[in-house]
Design a binder for this molecule. Structure first.
Ligand code: 8YV
Length: 316
């Protein structure tokens, strides 16, 4: 299939990168600057398929510079960096990698949940510093079992998180754009209502313009000084400045964050807080899940080349 022109946008897992380079006529888009402009000017019209990851995507400008693009094959379930509206208008197929990462992202949410409430990471630092010897027992933490948990975004991942937390006897409620059929959890009409009725708010909503800053200052206020926020979705869903301000002022008990507004930058103010657990966007980051994501990415690509369809298409 060396006659198919594939554009690699951003770094990809070696398994994906090596396959697309050996199977297709693959070119790597320069990351920035005049080299990128020059590349697009000379090669943009030849590109038929872009392979990218959730971190990079094919945004408005790049898509505009690829007049003959037919498909965006995205490694990752999130596709907020790709201009899906333009893709739909131009008949460009977009695929992602749903479901195969549900377990690991949900596990990460639960890990953050347990860590923030029981202060596992902070207590580990306490031991390593020698404070157990010099200061005695670690201060008491917060019980994690049996809490009222609000899930913002009861999609594929949100539902797996809910199922996990049922095992911790949690009382689950949720808010999504619409009530989800067939689930027994209480539906709340707005993010504020959800936040006001729970001890821990877990953000599992897809990123993108529709969910931008859905968790604003009012929602954070509603979680309250005894409440916690967990975010394994996208940094864009939370007003990060409002979150930092609330944490610094003690208007929120703690937070567990795998995602940030401007990754890999993490607000400086959070680094010294023991009631905050910070992860470097590793929700799906296990050997098993990344291998499954790579496989699905390649399966989407190969099927698109074969018959113009993909296994897991994104609906704009
Ligand atoms: C990946 C993710 O880290 O799937 C997603 O949307 O956020 C993560 O699983 C990311 O997509 C890889 O770039």
């Amino acid at each position: 299939m060396k006659n198919i022109a594939v554009l690699q946008v951003g770094p990809l897992m070696p398994a994906v990168q090596d396959s697309i380079r050996s199977e297709y006529n693959t070119l790597r888009l320069p990351d920035a600057g005049t080299e990128r402009e020059e590349f697009l000017h000379q090669q943009g019209a030849s590109v038929e398929i872009a392979v990218t990851s959730g971190k990079f995507g094919v945004g408005t400008e790049l898509m505009g510079a690829l007049p003959n693009l037919r498909a965006v094959i995205n490694f990752g379930v999130g596709y907020d960096t790709t201009d899906v509206a333009q893709a739909a208008a131009r008949g460009i197929t977009v695929s992602n990698t749903p479901d195969v990462l549900n377990d690991c992202v949900a596990d990460t949410a639960v890990a953050l949940y347990l860590d923030v409430l029981r202060q596992v990471s902070a207590a580990d630092r306490f031991v390593r510093r020698g404070d157990w010897l010099s200061k005695g027992n670690y201060p008491l933490a917060t019980k994690a079992s049996g809490k009222r948990v609000g899930i913002l975004g009861l999609g594929r991942i949100g539902r797996v998180i809910a199922r996990r937390l049922e095992g911790f006897d949690c009382d689950i409620s949720y808010h999504s754009r619409n009530p989800v059929a067939g689930v027994g959890y209480e539906y709340k009409a707005s993010p504020v209502e959800l936040a006001a009725g729970c001890d821990v708010l877990i953000v599992a909503a897809a990123g993108g313009p529709e969910s931008a800053r859905l968790v604003n200052a009012e929602v954070i206020e509603a979680i309250g000084p005894q409440g916690y926020l967990i975010n394994i979705a996208r940094g864009s869903v939370v007003d990060e400045d409002a979150l930092v301000a609330a944490l610094l002022a003690g208007r929120l008990a703690g937070a567990g964050l795998d995602v940030f507004a401007d990754e890999p930058k993490v607000p400086e103010d959070l680094l010294g807080l023991d009631n905050v657990v910070l992860l470097p966007h590793l929700g799906s980051g296990t050997h098993e899940t990344r291998a499954a994501m790579a496989e699905l990415t390649l399966a989407n690509l190969r099927q698109f080349v074969a018959d113009g369809t993909v296994l897991t298409a994104v609906e704009a």
